[in-house]
Design a protein around this ligand. Structure first.
Ligand code: FES
Ligand code: FE
Length: 443
């Protein structure tokens, strides 16, 4: 079956078999081999600042509790009671000393230990409570973002992110104050395969000029700016992780498009003035500090964000034909209050459950998924050959595999890594496929 999976993605010629978006057996294998073994983004540290603060989330389809401990650590464990499998915590978040299962009352502390069993002497006299805590995941953070992984053999988070860290820093490391999350997580359902969303955010600047984003851009443009100034620029790059499936792309020196998406106030904050200057210094170049514009990014498998607008989301898989999007917005922690509020407003206007750009993207994915219900519609490969062979690994300013901003190199990288994970029995096998670049970057 692994050979069959490998045949679905033809990296050399840029071909994708549509079955990867629809097949139930492939989906089950994704839950096991990708979602149970990858680092998955679960939120931002500032969403649970105090001891006892917790939020519930998902790793693939597995519900988890993310909880701040007394010593400041964050624990992540399966939100499943070991007695008969009831969800331990049914709230979205809050502050708790313990979690009591609502079925028969087994209680767990915030570290995920079973601490109390009703009528234990009479009912479970031999039960060793220390053996019946929920499954615990590994937890690591990168500059405020919380990630967890079920697999003990996976590399540490920084190694896993590799060169992608450099690009994540455009959003996460503009100031020594770091970032904070704006309160609230928006959650909504899109009937499409998770890879359509992950791939687009990894690799697809190409759609921006066609997908009805143009109307959103027109609507958001200040009167004094001419639409011809916002014509899609051509200066920009795309990054493909040499190994790991991550991707990003952005325009360079194109404040007009950023202006249309974020509005003038955020564009001004990002590209001019003291915050931009500080970011330039920290990130090592004016270009990066002035916010390389309209950036899209995916950390494999299902964490995506848009540096500059700062929406951060997970595409939680719900079968081959559906996702739940969980999205929040982050801001520089030392930004003025009115700027923070403007990030909140503009991210809701553009990329959120009701955002104008979000609707455009989602509509395409939903239609693709519906078309793929057809037998003949699944019989021919998709073309993903844009920019094939047009890459360099020695860009003076940007690490990783670099191509033109209009390319499907990062998409090919994502699907190639998808095949690797789907066909590798364990992390030892996966690690053996790593490129030297990754080791150099994480050294
Ligand atoms: Fe949780 Fe019975 S299922 S106590
Ligand atoms: Fe889009």
């Amino acid at each position: 079956a692994d050979a069959d999976i490998a045949a679905l993605v033809d990296e050399k010629n840029g071909r994708l078999d549509p079955q990867i978006f629809t097949d139930q057996a492939i989906y089950e294998q994704e839950l096991e081999r990708i979602f149970a073994r990858s680092w998955l983004m679960l939120g931002h540290e500032t969403q649970i600042p105090n001891a006892g603060d917790f939020m519930t989330n998902y790793m693939g389809e597995d519900p988890v509790i993310v909880a701040r401990q007394k010593n400041g650590d964050i624990r992540v464990f399966l939100n499943q009671c070991r007695h008969r499998g009831m969800r331990i915590c049914r709230a979205d978040g809050g502050n708790a000393k313990s979690f009591t299962c609502s079925y028969h009352g087994w209680a767990y502390d915030t570290a995920g230990n079973l601490v109390s069993v009703p009528m234990q002497q009479e009912a479970f006299p031999k039960l060793k409570k220390e053996e019946w805590g929920p499954l615990k995941a590994r937890v690591e953070t990168y500059k405020g973002l919380i990630f967890a992984n079920w697999d003990a053999d996976a590399p540490d988070l920084e190694t896993y992110l590799g060169e992608a860290k450099f690009y994540m820093d455009h959003m996460l490391d503009r100031t020594e104050a770091g970032t904070e999350a704006i309160p609230g997580v928006q959650k909504w359902v899109i009937p499409c395969n998770w890879k359509l969303a992950a791939e687009q955010f990894a690799s697809d600047m190409y759609h921006a000029a066609t997908t009805a984003h143009l109307s959103g851009i027109l609507a958001g443009l200040p009167e004094e700016v001419d639409i011809t100034d916002v014509a899609p620029p051509t200066t920009g790059i795309q990054f493909r992780a040499p190994w790991g499936g991550h991707g990003t792309g952005f325009y360079i020196n194109d404040p007009a498009l950023l202006l249309a998406i974020t509005g003038p106030k955020i564009a001004g904050y990002n590209t001019q003035g003291p915050a931009a200057e500080k970011a330039s210094e920290r990130l090592g170049s004016i270009e990066r500090g002035a916010q390389v514009t309209a950036e899209h990014m995916t950390i494999f498998p299902n964490c995506s964000f848009l540096p500059g607008l700062n929406t951060v989301r997970a595409w939680h898989p719900r079968g081959p034909n559906e996702i739940e999007v969980w999205a929040f917005t982050i801001v520089d922690a030392d930004a003025p209050d009115d700027i923070k509020d403007e990030f909140r407003r503009q991210s809701m206007r553009s990329f959120s459950a009701a955002g104008v750009f979000e609707q455009d993207d989602g509509e395409n994915w939903v239609e693709i998924q519906q078309v793929l219900r057809g037998h003949m519609a699944r019989s021919r490969p998709f073309n993903a050959e844009m920019g094939l062979g047009e890459t360099r690994e020695d860009h003076p300013d940007y690490p990783g595999t670099i191509s033109n901003v209009y390319s499907e190199e990062a998409a090919r990288g994502l699907y190639t890594h998808w095949v690797r994970m789907m066909t590798s029995p364990d992390w030892a096998t996966l690690n053996a496929t790593r490129t030297p670049q990754l080791d150099a970057a994480s050294a």
